[in-house]
Design a protein around this ligand. Structure first.
Ligand code: SAH
Ligand code: MG
Length: 221
């Protein structure tokens, strides 16, 4: 069956979809979410492959990406173990006690994620992959139009996400990285040092966009 592609590449994000993104718990500012959506649309129009998000949390960034996947006729695999990053755990800066499973006393963002995706009408295009990103990466072979990395922000998780996933971005596709802070005064350095810089160092990516801490890199031949 032919894939239907809209004739207007920058088809605007419906206000209701955007409202669903903004209503979701999470860490994606609205201007960066809109930029992520535009980058995914452009990548998906150029390259006929699915999209992957590493680190979905409660589905906020996922709505912007999932809407782009729908617009270009592909799907988004949303990879997260849903147990939270270090900084989401109890006692840390970004902890939210409402996303803890009281039975086991561990974080569980999957039910909230599911509700977000359901309410945004994206259940048919957003496919949750629940588990550790490096394990999923080990068995992943499908080329990608769009890869968004926003998972664990420690040195090791960030390095493993770069090593496991960036190689799957097809030529003409896009690698987007969140929480890139070149100045240590602005935030943790791992996404900058372990993902953004190594990607540029390969010579296979060129920077095409900057919005807040979001960096858009295009895979070149
Ligand atoms: N993109 C989200 C925020 C993601 S927060 C938003 O827009 O709000 C980071 C997420 O990465 C958390 O949900 C955490 O569970 C997940 N994560 C961290 N390390 C991971 C790993 N090694 N494998 C899978 N998921 C991981
Ligand atoms: Mg982030």
């Amino acid at each position: 069956m032919p894939i239907m592609v809209p004739s207007v590449p920058s088809a605007p994000l419906g206000p209701d979809v955007r409202a669903h993104a903004l209503a979701a718990k999470g860490f994606m500012p609205s201007d960066e979410g809109d930029a992520l959506h535009r980058a995914a649309l452009a990548a998906g129009l150029e390259v006929k492959h699915p999209m992957v998000e590493i680190g979905s949390y409660c589905g906020r960034s996922t709505v912007w990406l999932g809407a782009a996947a729908r617009a270009v006729g592909t799907v988004l695999f949303a990879v997260d173990h849903h147990r939270g990053s270090e900084e989401n755990q109890s006692g840390w800066e970004h902890h939210d006690p409402t996303v803890v499973d009281p039975r086991i006393g561990k974080m569980d963002t999957l039910p909230t994620f599911r509700a977000t995706i359901h309410d945004a009408g994206l259940e048919d295009v957003v496919i949750a992959v629940v588990g550790p990103s490096p394990t999923v990466a080990r068995y992943w072979t499908t080329p990608l139009s769009m890869l968004f990395i926003d998972g664990g922000h420690g040195e090791e998780p960030a390095r493993l996400d770069f090593e496991g996933w960036a190689k799957h971005v097809a030529v003409g596709g896009t690698l987007a990285v969140h929480d890139v802070f070149p100045d240590p005064a602005d935030g943790g350095r791992a996404p900058y040092e372990q993902i953004y810089l190594p990607a540029l160092r390969t010579g296979l990516f060129e920077e095409t966009g900057v919005t807040g801490s979001l960096r858009i890199l295009r895979r070149i031949p």
